[in-house]
Design a protein around this ligand. Structure first.
Ligand code: NAD
Length: 505
């Protein structure tokens, strides 16, 4: 065990903390210090199966509870999250490194999904058609699937799990969450708070783990559906493996989000937008802006003039300092991977305008910090453009025309988010219509849909047929059944041997 490790975490199965027995552990850092402070047990297949068994046992009773009563538990859960906001944010920042403000913001976005799920009686309302044939009525309803599982990334340890389990559970499913082994404490605490709100044991379970745990969830016949959020490489594997085992799978994956800046844009608005969208959460967001495509040199030069001084003066520091605007990245491995990308950008000939490789944060010399970095004159064949760096590194590409900008975005393998900054309504409308991306902003840099809409990307940013949360979340977590009824007192049609559309049944 590392000298600084102060805590060994646990799984949460059937309403209880359960010690890990596999003998394998993952390291959890305090990224601001660069020190391992805790370890998460990595579950064996048997440990995961015990969580699945608890969820399976809890399903019959939970799915039979009226949606309005299930919603009451969600209302209480909501109140507990609000009451524990500071505790949750501290837990999150201590393992992830993001500023407390940012941590609270992300928990609030998850909370909004809980609030959406409180409306589940309305969301599960079915459809009814009277007299589809003589004396025949027809209705459709949505029923829960059974045991659902969620596999989540490190960058939003509270919000992304809350994209998943509140809706799945509100629909009447039971759930096994496998949070990122890098920062699982928030997921564990949320499960405890849900129990405190009155959720029956076994309805929500949390197992910590790595590939072994994920593979067990993907192949176990008792798991009906998998929601995954993480990198494209793993998401594609999760999608194909889960589907091969007859599960419903949604896998939300990596991104390279472009922001188009037209010459007529308000450059003050652009500068504020880029600062938050590129460097918030140290660029570790699937909706971070990592490429600005400036249309024309005049747009690029006007933006750079305002942006560069702001980047140079960005306050980088630990979450414990309330004046920090950007925290560290998640681990020493992530730090060296990001610095390596900056080296590659220099070697490829991009202009490194602000270099964050050698940043020093007083008192945190070993912290996993990378300073805000910006490259100009980036070309599409450079790795800093093609790859998701997932750090505070912004690429500026200069396009000669609007059409070239659109083509570049449509040709990129990822399709999560994008934005255009302009005063021209025609250009904005054309952009929203033509762009092959799942979430589009007009003068909004991070167009994350609110909880009552659904979130998701196109191309290699999403595998599966459903976006997550909102109405798509309800569809993903339920299956439809259509019932056709006739009663003896209805109109008699006698025996029917043909198959007349819209006629007798
Ligand atoms: P990751 O793919 O490394 O991990 C995601 C999950 O998969 C974790 O729970 C992890 O334990 C598990 N996992 C890791 N390796 C595995 C393997 N070999 N087999 C099976 N499971 C494995 O992602 P990350 O580094 O935690 O998160 C960052 C990524 O997530 C970025 O690519 C980011 O864009 C993406 N992300 C996407 C969205 C979205 O909505 N599209 C949202 C947040 C993050």
């Amino acid at each position: 065990m590392d000298a600084q490790v102060t805590q060994t975490l646990y799984h949460y199965i059937n309403g209880e903390r359960v010690e890990g027995t596999s003998g394998r552990f993952g390291s959890i850092y305090n990224p601001a210090l660069g020190e391992v402070t805790a370890q998460a047990p990595l579950a064996s297949g048997d440990e995961v199966r015990s969580a699945i068994a608890a969820a399976k046992a809890a399903f019959p009773a939970w799915s039979e509870i009226a949606p309005a009563r299930r919603a009451q538990v969600l209302f209480r859960f909501r109140e507990l999250i609000v009451a524990h906001m500071d505790e949750l944010a501290n837990l999150l920042s201590s393992e992830h490194g993001k500023t407390l403000d940012d941590a609270k913001g992300s928990i609030t976005r998850g909370l909004e999904v809980v609030e959406f799920a409180c409306g589940i009686p309305q969301l599960l309302k079915g459809e009814y058609s009277e007299n589809v044939a003589g004396g025949v009525d027809s209705f459709s309803m949505r029923q829960p699937l059974g045991v659902c599982a969620g596999i989540t990334p490190f960058n939003f340890p509270a919000m992304v799990p809350m994209w998943m389990f509140p809706i799945a559970i509100a629909c009447g499913n039971t759930f096994v969450l496998k949070p990122s082994e890098k920062d699982p404490s928030c997921g564990l605490r949320l499960a405890e708070l849900f129990s405190e709100a009155g959720l029956p044991n076994g309805v929500l379970n949390v197992v910590n783990g790595d590939k072994e745990a994920v593979d067990t969830l993907l192949t176990d016949p008792d798991v009906q559906a998998i929601s995954f959020v993480g990198s494209t490489k793993i998401g594609e594997y999760v999608y194909h493996t889960g589907c091969a085992h007859n599960k419903r799978v949604q896998a939300l994956c990596g991104a390279k989000n472009h922001m188009v800046v037209m010459e007529d844009a308000d450059m003050n608005q652009v500068t504020d937008a880029v600062m938050g969208a590129a460097y918030g959460s140290a660029g570790e967001r699937c909706m971070a802006i990592s490429v600005v495509v400036a249309v024309g040199d005049a747009a690029a030069d006007a933006m750079m003039e305002k942006l560069v001084p702001r980047i140079e003066s960005l306050k980088v520091g630990p979450y414990t300092d309330p004046t920090s605007e950007m925290g560290p990245v998640i681990s020493p491995e992530a730090q060296s991977r990001i610095k390596d990308y900056i080296d590659q950008g220099v070697a490829a000939g991009a202009t490194l305008v602000v270099d964050g490789r050698d940043i020093a944060v007083n008192g945190h010399e070993n912290g996993c910090f990378v300073g805000a970095t910006i490259f100009d004159h980036v070309k599409p064949d450079m790795s800093i453009y093609s790859d998701e760096i997932f750090g505070p590194v912004l690429c500026v590409v200069r396009a000669e025309s609007y059409d070239e900008a659109v083509r570049m975005i449509n040709d990129h393998e990822y399709g999560n988010g994008t934005a255009i900054f302009t005063r021209d309504g025609d250009a904005a409308r054309n952009f929203a219509h033509r762009i092959k991306i799942g979430m589009v902003g007009v003068n909004v840099p991070i167009p994350v849909p609110l909880a009552f809409h659904s979130f998701g990307g196109w191309k290699r940013s999403l595998f599966g047929d459903h976006f997550i949360h909102g109405p798509e979340g309800v569809r993903f977590n339920t299956r439809m059944k259509t019932v056709t009824t006739r009663w003896p007192s209805g109109i008699r049609s006698g025996a029917v041997f043909n198959f007349k559309a819209g006629g007798e049944h």
